[in-house]
Design a protein. Structure first.
Length: 1048
């Protein structure tokens, strides 16, 4: 058989296209009234997509319905519909001109704008369309700004591309030609059924013209059929569609939700104009006031940083950053540059000095975790960070090269490391003083965020947003000067940064920091600090409450009556309510009041979204909702009873922040307002929020410049909103409820499940005996065009394999019963092997990457594809023959085919084909071979106890059948249970009595769940003394549906 390559077909297609192209170019030279062919064809025909057309202005020409490269090449090979023959008339030219005019329309986007200054009337004046939630300005005078405002302009003509050497980024050149004035002529009469004109205006009959047109169309038809007519990839057709939503499934029925407006932010009395001004004030009037107390896990005495020391050290660092690095002519750092802050979680004092030193020097700090993460390096590179500030203790732990310099981490830009300890800094002169400005729209700092896929984004926060956010938190939490607060959270981002670093300086608070290392040694340390310092406020997570409960013992000196507010940073987690309730039940008799527990919700983009206010002396209970998780998986809110397992109890996180507006929109597609009984994404419009993802304009526009629309398509507010990434709804009393996050959302078979819900269900199945509670992650992987759930946890060393498998089976049953979803894979890994974050949590994206790469190395794994993959491939059907050409092209094109395996064909004997049932076969055997022995029973002494021939088995079977019909009153189709004890044989006794297994040819071990490799090896080793050959033992895999899938 002659074999061809794909390049041969491509070369022939290219040559045919070039021949047709040369024929079309000859039509230009005909001396007639006809228009030039190149002038008639639209620019789409010969301009490849996604390529510039000679200039930047041309490259910006937008195509609303742009085609891809494959469709463009196909159109060039087979003749574009817009390319007419030489007998085309002016009607085709006008149609092409209209098509070109349509493609000339372009939409421009408005640049960055203030959050609260977008007026509806201004939108109408600027031609704003709120389509898809993106504000755009239509250029009505677009043709006045373009050199090709007319179809016959010189720049509108471009030569056809050379498809033999086509590259995506090539720039096709223009063909210059002299300008020929357009000659007007009457429109052609192609629509007339009786008369038609030729090129010279001579009328001819329509019958002749129709034959000519048919001949022209025949000649235009490509000589070679396109490849897609020979080969059709039916892989997607083989996959049954994922379960489509049933019309009977629950749907939202409530009315459209409305915007929720927070109360006005009352101006705080004598409030500083910026955080730098606040630091200057407290450093001058209260230099001895404590600012930060750091506790240590190694028994060292706590270190206290006063406001006077914080001001002087920040001032010294700011002076050295601006004047002591580099030279006066070429300084290393300038105001507005980005600087990385690399400090350990056990040194909040050094971090606080570095942060405010950067603010005084007007340098943008970028707080990051400990050095080493490649994703953090990508963030630093995108922010153009060239300098890193760190402390002596952290610098000593960094890896260094032979020269003593810090080695460059993988994926990191080259950094200049600066030590910020006082002994390394020069004292500023007395006449030098930084410029203390009022809060403005300059960038104050960049807070990082880790996405679901592991990428890291930087959120820019302006100085005005930072100050307004601190004022808002002061108003809600009721802070007063010189109050003492206890912080257990990460002080470099999130709630820990906003309260213990920003708001604390604005209100001159005394922050007692409890590091994570001390919490691991003594989970009750934060409660001890609250009692020791009589703290008014404490910032914790729900895991800190759980750890305190586990380590709590009756201590008479525990008194939590001083607490005015216990802020739960992860109160938006739906399962934090269980830790809050348990903590309240234990410590309520130790002075803890129920109204003190205040969960909050926040996100890096919108900062604080909502906080439940502390209510002094109020008997008003917190908002709670018991919702059906089945309905939540469809995005619908339905109240349920608390007695069921498949319910989710939510607690409110308060109302909207002062000076902010909150709405709930659909998380996908156009940001349309949700209904009142529908789950959506919470959006916030406030000055106290982030402004953009640094360096990512497109993503920033979709997140920070959202314009919610009503069901009729109109804008619902004059302001732009910020997406928070939180899923929830607004309940009674204008309280906000959060049911999950977009990052943890998994869509399986048309239903949405929250990863935190799956984890909580798994931890409810006696987790303490088999796994570590805080070391469990859930993520999804794509298998057969749908997401599949994977659960990974660290196994305790004292847990055996059988116990672990029993626990895993119970977890699968619990998840299936509560969430009605199957788990694709449940894996247990050895202790301390999963990648962790600096604060002890499991790194989700890195764990998922290990799973996908096959380097997770689990010690116990349970795969359940049969229960969760419901869109398995349908059996292939024989396709009809398409002719002899399919044989040739089939050798050229290799299609994607699914892997399959088939066993040997069964050889059916002719005499057996007439018997369809075992009973008929047994009756035939009893007649033909009545004395053939079917079964032999060995008794406990090792001798033949009894045997059964075909005739004997048939007679006994008839007796049992008669007994079942007469006494049991059974009929066809009834079920009967067979309960018989299994046999037991000791190998040593068998060997003594002359047992010999050398003649055994096949011993099949049936394993329904998984092949028991260890059991098979032990069996072979145990019976090898009686002649059992290891190669005769094999395993069979099957399930309840398919009894035998494969056999070794």
């Amino acid at each position: 058989m002659c074999m061809f390559s794909l390049s041969d077909v491509h070369s022939e297609a290219v040559q045919a296209a070039l021949e047709r192209h040369s024929e079309r170019k000859m039509a230009v030279l005909l001396p007639s009234k006809r228009r030039s062919l190149i002038g008639q064809t639209s620019m789409e025909t010969y301009t490849p997509p996604d390529s510039s057309s000679g200039s930047d202005a041309e490259g910006s020409l937008g195509r609303a319905g742009g085609v891809n490269v494959d469709s463009w090449i196909s159109r060039a090979l087979h003749g574009s519909p817009s390319t007419s023959s030489s007998s085309s008339s002016h009607s085709n030219s006008s149609a092409n001109a209209a098509r070109l005019a349509e493609t000339s329309m372009h939409t421009y986007g408005i640049g960055p704008m203030s959050h609260l200054s977008l007026k509806r009337r201004g939108l109408r004046e600027m031609g704003v369309s709120a389509e898809n939630g993106v504000i755009g300005r239509h250029s009505n005078d677009y043709h006045l700004d373009r050199p090709w405002s007319s179809l016959d302009s010189e720049d509108s003509l471009s030569a056809p591309p050379d498809i033999t050497s086509y590259m995506p980024d090539s720039i096709p050149f223009s063909v210059p030609r002299p300008h020929i004035p357009m000659m007007t002529r009457p429109p052609s009469k192609y629509g007339n059924a009786e008369l038609m004109e030729t090129g010279d205006g001579v009328p001819v009959s329509s019958r002749v013209s129709a034959k000519i047109q048919q001949l022209v169309n025949t000649l235009k038809r490509p000589k070679r059929r396109p490849l897609r007519e020979f080969f059709v990839e039916d892989f997607e057709e083989l996959l049954e569609a994922v379960q489509q939503p049933d019309p009977s499934l629950p749907r939202p029925e409530g009315v459209e939700s409305i915007l929720m407006q927070g109360e006005e932010l009352d101006g705080l009395k004598n409030c500083p104009a910026s955080l730098e001004a606040a630091l200057l004030r407290w450093g001058a009037i209260a230099p001895k006031a404590p600012c930060l107390t750091t506790t240590h896990s190694n028994g060292k005495q706590p270190y206290t940083l006063t406001y006077g020391k914080l001001w002087s050290r920040s001032l010294k660092l700011a002076y050295n950053l601006l004047h002591k690095l580099g030279t006066k002519q070429e300084p290393v750092i300038h105001p507005g540059d980005r600087v990385a802050l690399v400090y350990p979680n056990s040194d909040p004092a050094a971090f606080m000095v570095a942060f405010y030193g950067c603010l005084l020097a007007e340098v943008v700090p970028v707080p990051i975790e400990d050095a080493g993460s490649q994703q953090i390096g990508f963030l630093l590179g995108s922010c153009n960070v060239t300098m890193a500030l760190t402390s002596d203790a952290c610098h000593k732990g960094l890896p260094k090269g032979a020269s003593g310099d810090v080695m460059q981490f993988k994926g990191w830009p080259k950094l200049f490391w600066v030590l910020t300890d006082s002994k390394h800094l020069s004292k500023p002169p007395r006449e030098w003083f930084p410029l203390i400005k009022d809060a403005n729209n300059d960038t104050a700092y960049i807070e990082y965020k880790t996405c679901k896929d592991g990428s890291v984004l930087g959120i820019t926060v302006t100085r005005m947003a930072m100050l307004t956010h601190c004022q808002t938190l002061t108003h809600i939490c009721g802070y007063s000067e010189a109050e003492t607060v206890v912080n257990v959270l990460d002080f470099k981002k999130g709630v820990g940064l906003w309260h213990s670093v920003h708001t604390a300086v604005l209100n001159m608070l005394h922050v007692v920091s409890v590091p994570y290392a001390l919490m691991k040694v003594n989970p009750l340390s934060w409660i001890q600090k609250v009692c020791q310092y009589k703290a008014k406020v404490a910032y914790v997570k729900s895991r800190d409450l759980h750890w305190a409960l586990m380590a709590h013992k009756d201590q008479p000196d525990t008194n939590l009556s001083s607490l005015r507010m216990l802020l739960i940073a992860d109160g938006s987690n739906p399962w934090s309510i269980s830790s809050c309730d348990a903590f309240l039940n234990v410590f309520q008799n130790m002075g803890l009041r129920s109204e003190v527990i205040c969960p909050c919700a926040g996100s890096p983009e919108a900062l604080t979204v909502a906080v439940r206010r502390p209510q002094e002396g109020s008997c008003k209970s917190a908002g709670r909702g018991v919702l059906s998780m089945t309905n939540l998986s469809y995005g619908v809110i339905r109240v349920d009873t608390g007695e069921k397992l498949s319910v989710l109890t939510l607690q409110d996180v308060g109302t909207a922040m002062p000076g902010a507006m909150v709405c709930v929109v659909k998380p996908e597609g156009i940001p349309q307002l949700c209904r009142t009984d529908e789950i959506g994404e919470i959006c916030v419009s406030s000055v106290a929020s982030g402004t953009s993802y640094y360096g990512l304009t497109g993503m920033s526009k979709n997140t920070f410049e959202v314009c919610p629309v009503a069901s009729d398509g109109g804008l619902v507010s004059e302001c732009v909103f910020v997406r928070t990434g939180l899923l929830g709804f607004v309940g009674p009393g204008r309280m906000i409820f959060v049911s999950g996050t977009l990052e943890g959302l998994m869509q399986v078979a048309g239903r949405k499940h929250n990863a935190d819900d799956i984890i909580a269900t798994a931890l409810a199945v006696e987790p303490m005996k088999f796994i570590y509670r805080g070391r469990t992650v859930v993520f999804s992987v794509n298998v057969l065009y749908d997401e599949r759930i994977v659960l990974v946890a660290e196994q305790r060393p004292d847990s055996t394999e059988e116990e672990s498998y029993q626990w895993m089976s119970r977890v699968l049953q619990a998840i299936d019963g509560i969430h009605q979803v199957g788990v694709y894979c449940l894996a247990l890994v050895p202790a301390n092997t999963l990648p962790k974050t600096p604060l002890g949590g499991i790194h989700l994206s890195e764990t998922k990457q290990l799973f996908l790469e096959g380097t997770l190395h689990p010690c116990s794994i349970l795969m359940c594809p049969h229960s969760c993959i419901t869109n398995l491939p349908k059996p292939r059907q024989k396709q009809p023959e398409v002719g002899p050409a399919s044989v040739m092209v089939g050798n050229l094109v290799a299609g994607k085919r699914m892997a399959q395996a088939s066993g040997r064909d069964l050889s059916h004997m002719e005499e057996n084909e007439q018997f369809l049932f075992l009973s008929e076969m047994l009756q035939w055997r009893a007649q033909t071979t009545p004395d053939h022995i079917l079964y032999t029973l060995i008794n406990s002494r090792g001798v033949v106890g009894s045997s059964l021939t075909c005739l004997q088995l048939h007679k006994r079977a008839e007796k049992i059948a008669t007994l079942l019909y007469e006494r049991g009153q059974l009929r066809d189709g009834d079920h009967v249970a067979l309960v018989y004890p299994p046999g037991h044989l000791t190998p040593l006794k068998s060997e003594v009595r002359g047992m010999d297994l050398t003649r055994v040819r096949s011993c099949v071990v049936v394993a329904e769940e998984r092949p028991r490799v260890a059991l098979t090896q032990s069996f072979c080793k145990l019976f090898k003394d009686v002649g059992l050959h290891p190669r005769s033992v094999s395993t069979a895999f099957g399930c309840r549906v398919n009894l035998a899938i494969c056999l070794q």
